[in-house]
Design a protein around this ligand. Structure first.
Ligand code: NAX
Length: 325
């Protein structure tokens, strides 16, 4: 049996955390031969609920689950962690401006970044899910100077998966036959789901769908899917978000299959003209626990415009939290 690895989940009593914890403990993220110690972090008022989550996890008698630590102390919760899922965040409340939301969350992700810096495994992989995910990841990364910026990522996988699913429904081709989807930018309404490199069962996606559907239906559908789910369910995406977080971590840790692409929010090093240092989503492939941006993609005027619009929004977000970086 391999030695156990430590997985931290913040906001573990929340909807996404609750959906993620059981699948991770069952081996859905790191494989069914990888023992796990779960380190669950919540704020003080949610510790009773967290105790309930811990009891349920224990009641599953998962063979891989070696221990559970439940805490409100981030220095304990991030101790020696190998994989950190930063899900808990401050929701937007009535009357709150976007800038208020950014700075309220900055106060969470700054200290968490520092705690990761001081206590986590030097090889830690961090995924930020809590919104605004890209800028929260930027804040956490900036507060962890001793850890490589490449070890901090934000979640775009839900958007990526939604885009694949929409294209699959439209073309009536199974998701497994859709390759080379690319999601660019921010996890927000400016995100750019790009099918221009997509192959659907060996044919280019552009040859199977018309441009009007792509621009006027597909792109807004993917961008606004979160709101559509809130309207239908009366609550935001939870199980699908947890599933995407697991996909993201699994592929990053264990590698993407063959020539598969996934989309991850990563720190920009200037690829495709995107400002250096932004936490921006690019299409990547993963191998040996690292990612590399897919290089050399042609970007037509529409793609450049879309990618730049999302970059502009992220630049504004970065400006709004500059005191926290
Ligand atoms: P919930 O409100 O159900 O759960 C959040 C949990 O986080 C609560 O239990 C709360 O007590 C806890 N929490 C708050 N502050 C914390 C802190 N400082 N430390 C530890 N825990 C803390 O929200 P849920 O539906 O689980 O969503 C969590 C976050 O994911 C939200 O910010 C949401 O907007 C974001 N999402 C991000 C997505 C993405 O693709 N990046 C998609 C889904 C989701 O909307």
């Amino acid at each position: 049996m391999k030695p156990a690895v430590r997985v931290t989940i913040t906001g573990a009593a929340g909807n996404i955390g609750y959906a993620a914890a059981f699948r991770i403990a069952a081996g859905g993220m790191l494989g069914t031969d990888q023992p796990i110690i779960l380190q669950l972090i919540e704020i003080e008022p949610a510790l009773d609920a967290l105790r309930g989550v811990e009891m349920e996890l224990r009641d599953c008698a998962f063979p891989l689950l070696k221990d559970i630590i439940s805490t409100a102390d981030i220095n304990i919760g991030f101790k020696d962690v190998d994989y950190a899922l930063l899900i808990g965040s401050r929701p937007r409340t009535k009357g709150m401006e976007r800038s208020d939301l950014l700075s309220a969350n900055g106060k969470i992700f700054g200290p968490q970044g520092r705690a990761i810096n001081d206590h986590a495994s030097r090889d830690v992989k961090v995924l930020v899910v809590g919104n605004p995910a890209n800028t929260n990841a930027l804040i956490a990364m900036s507060n962890a100077p001793d850890i490589s910026p490449t070890q901090f990522t934000s979640m775009m996988r839900l958007d990526h998966n939604r885009a694949i699913s929409q294209l699959s429904t439209k073309t009536r081709i199974p998701v497994t036959k859709i390759e080379h989807m690319a999601l660019w930018g921010n996890h927000s309404l400016t995100q750019y789901p790009d099918i221009s490199h997509c192959m659907v069962d060996g044919k280019s996606a552009n040859s199977l769908v018309n441009e009007s559907w792509y621009r006027n239906e597909f792109i807004p559908k993917v961008q606004k899917r979160g709101a559509e789910i809130i309207n239908a369910r009366g609550a935001s995406s939870a199980a699908s978000a947890a599933s995407a977080a697991i996909d993201h971590m699994r592929d990053w840790a264990l590698g993407t299959a063959n020539d598969a692409w996934i989309s991850m929010g990563i720190v920009s090093t200037g690829d495709y003209g995107i400002a250096k240092g932004l936490m921006y989503s690019f299409p990547v492939r993963c191998k040996n626990g690292t990612y590399e941006v897919i290089q050399g993609l042609s970007m037509d005027d529409f793609s450049v415009k879309m990618a730049k619009a999302s970059e502009a929004e992220l630049l504004e977000e970065r400006e709004a939290v500059k005191d926290l970086l």
